[in-house]
Design a protein around this ligand. Structure first.
Ligand SMILES: Cc1cc2nc3c(=O)[nH]c(=O)nc-3n(C[C@H](O)[C@H](O)[C@H](O)COP(=O)(O)OP(=O)(O)OC[C@H]3O[C@@H](n4cnc5c(N)ncnc54)[C@H](O)[C@@H]3O)c2cc1C
Ligand code: SF4
Ligand code: SF4
Ligand code: FES
Length: 646
């Protein structure tokens, strides 16, 4: 219901004048809705006459002003040791004509980008933007905003315009909006009859929607959860071209990618953020070549679950405002949530799928400006194998990294990019730490070619590590396969440290790799035995002729029966497992055979990561952000989580 104290009246002519004054005043960049051929776009306004408040829907939503399709987050000079400058560009801006559903989408974006670790770039743009909304005059035939209760709004704008014929009602939504109107507008108070007309017009708009969703938005989550295995996903996605147009045009899709761009003179460069889409095949591709959502059915389904289950569970809103843009953009006509939910409405909403869907939000503390790394220096660099290198790093601000075992950092090589790497050394008070880097691609190849004294960037530590308190007074079995030894090393070096050793009971380390030449830290394992009692068993998948190997030969699971262990210890035993995805199923089966309860098994999972703080969307396993809720998870919490260990 309209609050009369906040509503003013302005004639059509005075509205034009108001807009022209805003344009002429060079303090602001003034954007608004303009015609582009038969369709409409948000664009720079040169004159009030260009403004088309009678539009149905724009091609792209105004999200492009808050999260641009491409933006430079920082500049750097790669010829200097570590020279970065945070991008500062940000002029005050007014956007005129935003429809209520897009205003609500911006409010959703605020929750996503400004809760816990804030996105400073987004925040600055939001603070610098004045929103002049417009009630809908013509309903798009693709829109179902009325079903989503987003066809009107009473908040989220500085000013809202409602067309009352040859005049406009101006609802003031903020002091900023009031000041703007007072300074540049010629208006009067609205009369009672005019206030009534606003409500009437809004009701008329509501009645113009032909397209309706049969399921209340509060119920979307239930229907989705119950129908995870429905054949609908396969049938619909069959035609999907994996183009991600549906996510690009969506006001509530905001996943992004980060890459470094270097100028042709090979000196200056910038770290660029660009829109990305979860329907693209490489969205979940990791360095080892694994694609975690390889099947297009899974990617197609993920988009609907993100909108109707994952974000609602975390933030309390369905991430679809019913604008209908995806229905327009999708050539095979399969992207429309209204149609998909209406198909689902004929199915059961309480069917048991034996799957687990997350229902929690994890807070990430602010750690400086998002995406801007701290400067650090390579202290030592030692080749461990043909592929792996141990790198010791010192933070240039001389502060300790302050990590716990199992956490990771984002490592930057300016001009090449960033990669998430586990911290391989135990927590320390001094500013040094170690990483084990496997050379697989651009960033890691450059990293291992660096020399002591070279500069890199560090963000983090990120993620949930191991809860050391929970390990105290327990037997611990470490299961490290391949590069999985890197994160687990930070933990086993901590528990075997003579200051800590007595807090833990029996320790066993099982370590496996493909061939003897890939084995790491063999000397260190031997050395540790001098100061700490623990049992260590090693194996290689195969030992080529001529190579020397004193351990076992066979898969890592062959080691389990060989350790000194009886099932009576199970309740007091914790196992921590890290290795390639294929290994988990088999290692966990062996631990179950040893009667170790699921809640006593911890796994560390790898996913594609860009932001490290739950914003870019890359690392999502189903509804879980591996970067903030993981990478370390208790097995019982993820064993039924779709996509985690399947
Ligand atoms: C939590 C975690 C811990 C990790 N710990 C280690 C470790 O201790 N040691 C180690 O060697 N590796 C580790 N990795 C894997 C490492 O991050 C990837 O191998 C690395 O990102 C590959 O980058 P690249 O540029 O060298 O490879 P490329 O193959 O050149 O990658 C190409 C592009 O793919 C993307 N990409 C590939 N894999 C990833 C990824 N995992 N995350 C983000 N982007 C990716 C990037 O955009 C990259 O520029 C870890 C990964 C995660 C998620
Ligand atoms: S659903 Fe449609 S728009 Fe989205 S990726 Fe598939 S084909 Fe492209
Ligand atoms: S999912 Fe489609 S209808 Fe819903 S907000 Fe996004 S583009 Fe609009
Ligand atoms: S959401 Fe960006 S890495 Fe997890």
């Amino acid at each position: 219901m309209v609050d009369d104290t906040n509503v003013k009246l302005i004639s059509e002519k005075d509205l034009d004048e108001f807009v022209n004054k805003l344009i002429d005043n060079k303090t602001y960049n003034v954007m608004g809705v303009k015609a582009k051929g038969e369709r409409f776009v948000f664009d720079h306004l040169d004159n009030a006459k260009e403004l088309r408040l009678d539009y149905d829907v724009t091609i792209l939503p105004p999200k492009k002003y808050f999260l641009p399709p491409s933006e430079k987050l920082m500049d750097f000079n790669i010829t200097k040791s570590f020279d970065i400058k945070k991008s500062k560009k940000s002029k005050k801006r007014i956007i005129i004509g935003i429809h209520p559903y897009d205003i609500i989408a911006i409010q959703q974006m605020d929750k996503y980008y400004l809760d816990s670790q804030k996105d400073d770039f987004y925040k600055k743009r939001r603070e610098n933007t004045i929103i002049i909304g417009s009630d809908i005059q013509n309903v798009s035939k693709h829109s179902f905003a009325e079903s989503m209760k987003t066809h009107t709004t009473y908040s989220g704008f500085d000013i809202l315009l409602t067309n009352l014929g040859n005049k406009y009602a101006v609802t003031i939504g903020s002091k900023q909006g009031n000041d703007l109107l007072e300074k540049y507008g010629h208006f009067r108070d609205a009369k009672k009859s005019e206030l009534k007309k606003i409500d009437k017009i809004r009701n008329q708009i509501a009645s113009q929607y032909d397209k309706k969703v049969d399921i209340d938005k509060e119920e979307w989550s239930k229907y989705l959860v119950a129908n995870y295995n429905n054949t609908l996903w396969e049938e619909k996605s069959d035609k999907c071209m994996s183009c991600s147009s549906c996510t690009m045009v969506c006001p509530t899709c905001y996943c992004y990618n980060i890459l470094d761009d270097v100028s042709l003179n090979l000196k200056e460069g910038g770290r660029i953020r660009t829109w990305d889409g979860c329907l693209l095949k490489d969205f979940t591709k990791v360095g080892s070549g694994e694609i975690f959502r390889d099947d297009k059915k899974e990617r197609y389904r993920h988009r609907f679950y993100r909108k109707g289950n994952y974000l609602p569970e975390r933030y309390g809103f369905v991430a679809c405002v019913g604008c209908g843009r995806c229905a327009i953009a999708c050539l095979p006509n399969i992207a429309d949530p209204c149609e998909v939910m209406n198909t689902l409405s004929s199915f059961d909403k309480s069917a048991e799928t034996d799957k687990y869907f997350i229902k929690q939000q994890t807070k990430v503390p602010d750690k400086g400006t998002i995406h801007i790394p701290r400067s650090a220096t390579i202290k030592n660099i030692n080749k461990l194998t043909d592929r792996e290198t141990l790198i010791e790093i010192k933070l240039d601000d001389n502060k300790s990294l302050g990590h716990s075992p199992g956490q990771f950092v984002e490592v930057s090589v300016l001009g090449i990019g960033e990669a998430p790497i586990s911290i391989s050394s135990p927590p320390k008070k001094d500013p040094t730490f170690q990483l084990v880097v496997r050379k697989v691609g651009n960033v890691t190849s450059k990293l291992v070619s660096l020399k002591p004294g070279d500069k890199i960037g560090i963000r983090g530590p990120f993620g949930n590590g191991f809860d050391i308190k929970k390990l105290e007074n327990k037997n611990i079995i470490f299961v490290c396969a391949g590069l999985g030894v890197a994160p687990l090393r930070s933990l086993y070096l901590y528990v075997t440290d003579k200051k800590n050793r007595k807090k833990f009971k029996e320790l066993k380390i099982l370590y496996g790799c493909k061939e003897p030449c890939e084995a790491m830290f063999l000397d260190e394992f031997e050395e540790l035995k001098k100061t700490s009692d623990y049992e260590c068993k090693m194996t290689v998948d195969k030992c080529p002729k001529g190579e020397c190997w004193e351990g076992e030969v066979g898969l890592i699971t062959t080691l389990f029966p060989k350790i000194d262990y009886d099932n009576s210890k199970s309740k007091d035993t914790i196992s921590v497992v890290c290795g390639p995805p294929i290994m988990y199923k088999f290692a966990i089966k062996s631990l179950k055979d040893m009667k170790i309860p699921d809640k006593n098994i911890y796994v560390s999972l790898e996913r594609h990561m860009k932001c490290g703080v739950g914003k870019c969307g890359h690392c999502q396993i189903n509804g879980v952000y591996v970067c903030k809720e993981g990478p370390v998870f208790r097995y019982d919490k993820v064993k039924k989580l779709p996509e985690a260990l399947e």
